[in-house]
Every structure is written in structure tokens, then in C-alpha cells.
Ligand binder design. Sequence first.
Ligand code: ZN
Length: 455
Amino acid sequence: MINIHLNKEMEDYIVERHLLYCLGEPRRKFYKYYSGLNATSKEHAIMKILKEHLVTIFIGSVDDIETIMKYERTEKPIISKLGKLSDKELAQFFRQQKNIFNYDSFSSSYKNKPTIFNDLLDNSRFRIIINGKKKRNLTLDHLDNLKHHFDLKTLLYNKLCDQNGITRLKIINDMNQLCNPIFKKYNSLLTGGVKVSITDFHVKLIKALDQILEAYKWGPYDYIEALEIITCPYCNRQYLTFFDKFRARRKPDLDHFYSKSDFPFLGISIFNLVPCCKVCNQSFKGSKKFIKTKKYERSPYRHEIILNSLNNLSSSNVIYPCIYPIARHSRLPDDLQIFKLKYDISGSLVIGLNFADIIRSTHDLLYNLGVFHIEDVYQIHNNYGRDLFDNISMYTDDYIADTVKLLQSNHMTVPSKKDLYKFLMGNQYFSHEFSDQVLSQLTRDVTRQFIPKYF
Ligand SMILES: [Zn+2]
């Protein structure tokens, strides 16, 4: 089990792309369902809370999601309300949510264009904005209407970002940069008395918008690519196969960390989707419901998104029906040693779990290691472990001192710990780089077991 490390730049990219997707179809579906609900119904009360935290549900970090889940759990009045729903009503309610937060739609379309300017791109809706009638020539009134509509959207999106502590959307800047000159140009043409057909103008605008929307396409392939993750975060022993060429596409599984059948509103929560190998997802985790079966579990996402909205959460304003206990966990410590080599009964060195360290630092990891049968599946790497041990036995103080000198003569500077480690052990030294190479956690843990002085 290793962390998926996200830097700020990757986070911004993923959050913006995914938000643009979610604010299209999923958000429209949400509001359609919400507005059709009886305002005194139990479903309405619950959906109202989801509405207030819709952005967090779409792009919140695992901690954010868990905070919402946690409040769900503690808010007794709503849970008791939900408890009054019959099984049939509850199933129907969950079906509606699944349809809104629809993972299949997200994953089946290879790349989704953001839909924020669909009303300008679509002819019939475009006509509504320019006052309905199909007039031949563009007037200053039409242009004002369109500009007003354009600015309103920009304003709304910026407001949304401010409210949720998100870096302002880059797409809005791109839109303004490309579209404002077009508005300006046509404004001066019209004031100068030049006749312009509506179609002419519309075609120009569509072209500009389309160019931008094309650049902001988003789907599961873009997501996995953006994460830059190379090995399965659950086992760190399989490389993830990502292939996207000549219309033939293969991607790793995207596991719903918190299952979408228990939490349908998490169906397209981006940081609830964990790219992983098929063995971990299908053979081991499968339909095992993390939350239902045990108290502890740990998502591999590790990042620093702090959504402002969550600072204001109190148990009275975030509630969702959750019947399972949720544990909030501390981060995986960087120096945690998960593996160690030990002698089995026959006297051979084998790979084992370093229970003392695991339990001391984090309980929830133990549960994950069990779900993915880590100790068992690692037995196939016992030979690798023994090779490591053999190498390490040769790394005496003199040998390491000579290696430092050798590297120094090549680099002209004293090699960093990382350089020295890579040279000797052939793997990643820092935990945030573990996802780049298989067996990186095992390699570092065994190294530290035997030569802690240097690493
Ligand atoms: Zn795996």
C-alpha cells in the first residue's frame, strides 16, 4: 500500500477538468430531480444537504468526503427520517442518485467536452439568448444580450471557485482572452453601421468556444494520465497498463474506494476513484464493501486540498444517511516500515509484515493489507528479498564510502541519499516516488532493516 502523491499543479489540473465535467450533465440532472421533489419529503431534506456540498462531493479530497460521511453518520434526526423510508423508497432514492452521479456515463465517454457554453453553441438555445426571433442581422441589443450572458457565466464560475476555495478556473481566462476581442470587434462594426448577419457572428463565436472546449476535454484516460501513477497503489507489485493509440484503448481499473452502491452520491467523486490493478480490484477488493465489513480502511490519496467550505461544516449543516462507521485516519508516515525479512520455521528468509511498526503508526493500514492479502502475495517475491539481503550484506562501510567517492567523481558533488540509494538498490528512495516503480516500499523497508545508518 503506497500513497498516490499529488502536487498542487496536478491537483489544480484534475480539479478544474473534473469540475467542468460535473457542472454540466450531472449538475443539471441533480437540479432537475431536486426541483421535482416534494419540499416536505425526507428525500428533499437529504438532497438539500447534498446540494449545499455538491462541489465538495465532485472534487473534494478523501478527507473532505469522509467529513461529509462522518456528519451523515452523527446527524441522528435525518438518519431516523431516512430510516422511515421503506426499502422500496430507499432503493428508488438510491437509483435516482446513481443516475445523477453517473459513473458509467463518465467512464464510457472517452473524452467529455465541458458543457458550460452549450447554450451558446446550440442553435436553438442561442436564439433564445438573442431574443427568440430569427433575425437576419445582428443588432447591438443582441450583442449586449450575449455579452451579458457570457459575463454572467464567468461571474458564476468565479463565485463558485471563491466559495469553495478553488483556484480560479483557467478556462474562464482562456474564454475571455479569445471571445472578448470578438465581441469588441463586432461591437465596433455595428456602431460603425456595418451590417452583420447573425449566422456570421455565431459561426465566429462557436469556432472560438469550440477551440477552447476541445482543449478542456476530460475522461477517465485523462484522469489516470494526469495522476502520473505507474504502479498499483494497493499492492505496489504490478505496473498499471495504460494504452491509448490507434483507437485501441486499455486502462487500469478505477476502483470506487467507497463503494457506489452504498454511497451512490460518490459515484463520480474524483478522489474516490483509485486506479489500480485488476487483481487488487476484481479478485481481492471486488464487491467487498470497505465500510460495511470493517471499521478501518485507508485511501491511497494523499494531498493537500483544503476546501474552504469544509471549514464551515458543523454537524447541523452536513448530513447524509450513513449507517456504517467511518474512521478518519492520519497520513501514512513517510518513514513507516511495512515489510521486513524474517526467518520462517525452515530457516529460510521470507518477506513478512512489520506488525509492530504498522500497528504503532496506523491501525487502518492493517485492514487494507488484509483485504489485498499483501503478505501472501508477496511470498512470490521471496527470492527478490533474499537477493536484496545478499546485496546488503556486501554493503560494508568501506564499500559505501567507495561508492560515494565513485558517484562524487561522476557528479562532481557529494551524491544525495537518493542518488546513493538508487545506485545501490536500484529503486525509489522517497515515499512520494514509490508509485514510480514496483516493490519500492519493500526495497526501502528491507534496506532500512539492515543498513539503517545510511538510509
Ligand atoms: Zn494491485
